[in-house]
Design a protein around this ligand. Sequence first.
Ligand code: ATR
Length: 284
Amino acid sequence: MKITGRTRLAGVVGHPVTQSLSPILHNAWLEAAGLDGVYVPFSVNPDRFRGFLDSLRGSSVVGLNVTVPFKQLALAAAEQATPRALAAQAANVIVFQEDGTLLADNTDGEGLLWAFETQAPDFDPAAGPVAIIGAGGGAMGAAAALLAAGCPEVRVLNRTVSRAQALADQLGRQVRAHDLSETGPGLADVIAVINATSAGLSDPSAQLVSLEASPECAVIMDMTYKPLRTNFLMQGEALGRRTVDGLGMLIGQARPAFEAFFGQTPSDQLNVRALALDAMETPS
Ligand code: ATR
């Protein structure tokens, strides 16, 4: 890669950010397109985030992906926000505009739907209820994206049912709250079950919920991509359900982000999934 005086800079900001696969994806797309750009990880202390963003205004930085724990702060810092960022109440993309202002966007929902399109192509979000496990930021973004795609009902199952209820109250009558133990009513007739919890991060071997009450045709999706085959997905596979993994969502959210930063659709010819899998297997 050649860095010149005209190189456009983008990156991912988080804390921590060392494990991010986003640089692998974006730099591969940049190279394939022959663009003079580079994509780097920025690890930023949580109390310095606002100052970090402000210092990049009006610079050669064209945009940032935003990850944990900054997604809500990024939305709050931007002068403008897309309707989908407002609906998700979080931004995973910040575009630095020429006049020095920030535009917040959220491509996570698009990424979620892209993962289904590529790994379970006949899944139609408008065809029936979808269950989401978890009620944090990831669940909020997924629920908002599913409703926008025509999903008639989203059921939020959470360990702390009051958080599920708070999410339902914010998103409206099509969203129903359940306790995580209510898999009978929660999973009956669903067309998909999505794990949007962070449970796998603390204890990868824990069994979050039984998927037995889901119909055979339900697609089981996990937003976590480390490991790629999570316990949740393996349980779905053991029950004979089709599965969609979190790496599909990561690539699906990165594609529109690349377009927003560099003004070009990323190449379909490049197998970035294989590059990401390689990086996941290589000890860092
Ligand atoms: P994020 O914004 O990444 O979604 P979050 O706001 O911390 O993160 O939310 C994490 C979600 O994972 C919550 O729904 C949490 O459940 P609680 O609301 O009951 O805390 C869920 N979660 C985390 N660990 C879990 C576990 N071991 N079992 C069940 N749910 C868990």
